[in-house]
Design a protein around this ligand. Sequence first.
Ligand code: NAP
Length: 291
Amino acid sequence: MRKLLLQLDSSRLPSVFDQVVAYDAGADAIMSYGGVTEGDVRDLVHGCIFTRGTKDLKNTAVWIGGNNMSAGEQLLAMAQDSLFGDFTVSMMLDSNGSNTTAVAAVVKIEQAITDLKGKKVVVLAGTGPVGQRAAGLLARDGAHVVITSRKPEQGEKARQFISARFNVQVESTTLTDPSKLDEVLDGAEVLLNSGPAGVQMVPNSAWTRQKSLKIAVDLNAVPPLGIEGVEVNDAGETRDGVIAFGAFGVGNFKTKLHKQCVARLFTRKDLVLDAETIADVAREMAATQNA
Ligand SMILES: NC(=O)c1ccc[n+]([C@@H]2O[C@H](COP(=O)([O-])OP(=O)(O)OC[C@H]3O[C@@H](n4cnc5c(N)ncnc54)[C@H](OP(=O)(O)O)[C@@H]3O)[C@@H](O)[C@H]2O)c1
């Protein structure tokens, strides 16, 4: 039976990137819808669950993407709400790659520092979708997570969202210019840059003088890179005594993880892949050296 993926994308044009990866992961056909809103979801999902016998529903799955993470979360909630009884299909949320990117970074950090309990982790520009997901997962590992934002109200909003979504406590601090980095990074063992593409967030001198720092991860692949001195292809290189990961160093694992998750959607009909469950898949892959 053909493996069918229903792509619900909150953006006007459904992501071609997500389609290519889904084909590479084993989907036989993708039914793509763009500009999907909450009100559209029930009928589209019912089109999946009423057409094949309930035993065959593992061959149909739902993918939720788009540029906007909170819109994606609403679509996922609605899609889950549209299922009942035996009429279920597996689904995955990865708006703009935020879940798989955040998880890939978090698992690289977990591999480098096995016990994160009580360790200070700074997530720079942790108000975006990737940073929020990463901050939540790292706090679930027991880390003392500090997210930064340029704007106090934005930081506080993200802090509240992360705390509620992941049932954790995180701290938020305002970072308007690099001169405050010494204070923000003081005592930090992990630095994760989730700032936007093409913006340098940390000059070399600011992180190399932090003697507590053990790992630095930069998710920005576009020059200038986010952490000066961490190269885009770094995948565990030691730089100034710090284990470094650049955007491609994390991104290669992210792509494998993305494919593995899509493949798993077609192994059962009740899988819901969001940050925590995607992290479970990634940790399993890391344990089998497939990272
Ligand atoms: N490898 C992959 O597959 C992959 C996938 C997705 C994302 N990424 C990368 O991961 C990173 C995070 O992605 P994202 O979508 O979460 O990021 P984002 O939403 O574009 O930006 C994150 C935060 O950066 C801050 N920011 C925006 N402009 C800034 C500026 N000029 N200077 C300093 N801070 C600024 C904003 O926070 P405040 O307004 O609160 O300060 C924003 O919430 C990006 O570098 C992205 O390219 C990689």
